[in-house]
Design a protein around this ligand. Structure first.
Ligand code: NAD
Ligand code: LIP
Length: 540
């Protein structure tokens, strides 16, 4: 069935009409014997085709096509969802909150360039499309909003809350952030003034000392303790109860912490980590306390900062409880550009030999990163993003050969949130030539990160409603459906240092990350991966 004509299932503010069943009205349905729709579920039988490669006797490779048949099940009922941000009073937290309020109310405000309407630009889910297929009559591509692929939560419906070590309400925090236009701020100020961050846990050694003057809204105790885990779990339960929520997605958008040392007997296993927290071990970070609390509460937890929140013990705990985690470090601007450009250069056979990434910014994030140990966390996440692309091209690079790569971040208060990113890409080209690409990229960091926070919530929540099982050889098996692995590597498109299930490869190439995301969602409704072969336009 061709998708409905543009707009006939979207109301004025871009919301999907809800059918009488209370379910979102799909913009398309798949007509296939492998896909079935009930009021509450979409079920699909999906054949996953890969190529298994073995080394042949002569040192070459043997490629064998392989098929695995899965059953996918998607719950269609869109739940009432809360987004709880750790660091809610920060630049990202206030900006994403104001942005959702403005979209929910369809606000338009005056700027120097004229009227500006609320939008979700920069969100993959709300601002991009995917190819559904080709028009049966004309052969033209039919593209639909990404948000329509599966029955996803609309960000306008998110109930927002969170924690901050700063007691400042969200309206005054929005002023402190100095990101949004005064005309917009005036329209959301009243509502945001009533939003007050919950007190949070504060272990001074994990963030820069220059953050101490913000910490007037802290729970007692300056190092790990079980009471902190219980307090956060209670905060989540109270927030759900107060707002009548079905689930909550928690995201860390608080300051970047220093790396935690991985200590045998402390944070190397789930049991040791729980013991270490109970014994008040000083190597357990606040972000890990939040992760443990969310895992035990069964609510997804996503780390938007670069520190190693998910120490081995936290990973093991998530797997033990089947809780979803994701991270690390929002991929907002300079690194997102890098992961696309490096993918293009190396796949074009151009030998990248040097990447210099400098940026300066003047917001509180930059202030925290002016401290070496916190900068080191960010340097790691910003530096590893090219590794998979380089390693995949053994024509250009010998084993363990890679481009020079340096990352510099300076704190310059004058520029505020308007980060200046200067990059130079230097490469060898044909016959001894060289190519130098210089990029000067001025971007408002929080306006780039906020849509990613929304995408991470919407996709993580969607993953809680997708289950799978192997399709038995004789047809649908009687096996129980189960969730995806606890580590949501599907979120990698939004993250600089993608967390993957232990022992699985890290993919940073931006195109591959988006392809994985869109094609997994397509598979859940029985659609083949997006193919750009367009044989229908070549074989006739
Ligand atoms: N483009 C971006 O803005 C971007 C991109 C990638 C990653 N990040 C990361 O996102 C995080 C937030 O960025 P930001 O610009 O909003 O920074 P910010 O400094 O404006 O906000 C961080 C907030 O966290 C609070 N905080 C610190 N420790 C806390 C704790 N233990 N519990 C609760 N709150 C705590 C601070 O008081 C502050 O309000 C940073 O770690 C940053 O590195 C930002
Ligand atoms: O995502 P991206 O633009 O590559 O990286 C950004 C850095 O350039 C910036 O210095 C830092 O403050 C932000 O938190 C973010 O990490």
């Amino acid at each position: 069935m061709a998708p409905h004509a543009e707009g006939d299932n979207m109301s004025a503010n871009g919301r999907q009409h809800v059918a009488s069943s209370g379910l979102p009205k799909p913009s398309f349905t798949v007509k296939s014997p492998n896909v079935s729709y009930t009021e509450n579920e979409i079920k699909s039988k999906y054949t996953y085709r890969t190529t298994s490669v073995t080394r042949s006797a002569d040192g070459g490779f043997e490629a064998t096509p392989k098929e695995t048949v899965y059953d996918f099940k998607v719950e269609r009922k869109v739940p009432k969802v809360g987004m709880m941000l750790v660091g809610w009073g920060g630049n990202n937290g206030t900006t994403v909150t104001a942005g959702i309020l403005a979209n929910r109310r369809g606000l338009v405000w005056d700027t120097r360039e004229g009227k500006q309407a609320a939008n979700y630009y920069g969100s993959v889910v709300m601002g991009s499309t995917i190819k559904l297929g080709t028009d049966a009559k004309t052969g033209q591509e039919i593209n639909i909003p990404f948000h329509d692929v599966l029955p996803m939560v609309h960000p306008n419906d998110l109930v927002i809350g969170g924690w901050d070590i700063s007691s400042v309400n969200l309206a005054d925090s929005m002023d402190r952030a100095a990101v949004l236009e005064p005309t917009l701020k005036s329209l959301v100020r009243k509502e945001m003034a009533d939003m007050k961050p919950l007190p949070s846990i504060y272990y001074p050694d994990f963030i820069a000392a220059n953050q101490e003057d913000r910490a007037d809204n802290v729970v007692e105790g300056s190092k790990a303790c079980w009471a902190h885990v219980e307090q956060i779990r209670k905060d989540i339960r109270d927030f759900k109860a107060k707002n009548g929520l079905d689930k909550v997605i928690v995201q860390w958008t608080a300051n970047t912490e220093r790396y935690a040392d991985i200590v045998e007997g402390v944070n190397d296993t789930a049991d040791n980590l729980l013991k270490a927290i109970k014994s008040g071990h000083e190597e357990v970070a606040p972000s890990t306390i939040f992760a443990v609390a969310c895992i035990l509460e069964g609510e997804p937890f996503i780390n938007g900062s670069p520190q190693n929140t998910f120490v081995p013990g936290a990973l093991q705990l998530a797997e033990k409880y089947g809780a979803f985690i994701g991270g690390d470090d929002f991929k907002s601007g300079q690194t997102k550009m890098k992961s696309a450009l490096v993918d293009f250069l190396i796949n074009a056979g151009i030998k990248l030999t040097s990447i210099a990434s400098y940026n300066h910014l003047g917001n509180n994030d930059g202030k925290n990163l002016s401290s070496q140990r916190q900068f080191r966390s960010k340097e790691i996440s910003k530096s590893n993003v090219v590794d998979d692309m380089v390693a995949a091209n053994t024509v250009l690079y010998k084993e363990n050969e890679h481009p020079d790569h340096t990352v510099v971040i300076k704190y310059m208060p004058a520029v505020g949130d308007n980060k200046r990113a200067l990059d130079e890409y230097y490469a060898e080209i044909f016959m001894g030539g060289h190519q130098t690409i210089s990029i000067f990229n001025v971007c408002e960091d929080s306006l780039l990160a906020s849509p990613l926070i929304i995408d991470l919530v919407l996709i993580a929540e969607m993953m809680t409603r997708i289950t799978w099982r192997i399709h038995g050889p004789e047809g649908p098996s009687s096996a129980e459906y189960k969730g995806f692995h606890s580590v949501l590597s599907i979120l990698s498109y939004m993250l600089k240092a993608p967390l993957t299930p232990p022992g699985t490869p890290v993919v940073n190439a931006l195109g591959k990350q988006r392809g994985a995301l869109t094609n997994i969602f397509r598979a859940c409704v029985g659609l083949e991966p997006e193919s750009d072969m367009t044989l229908e336009h070549k074989l006739f």
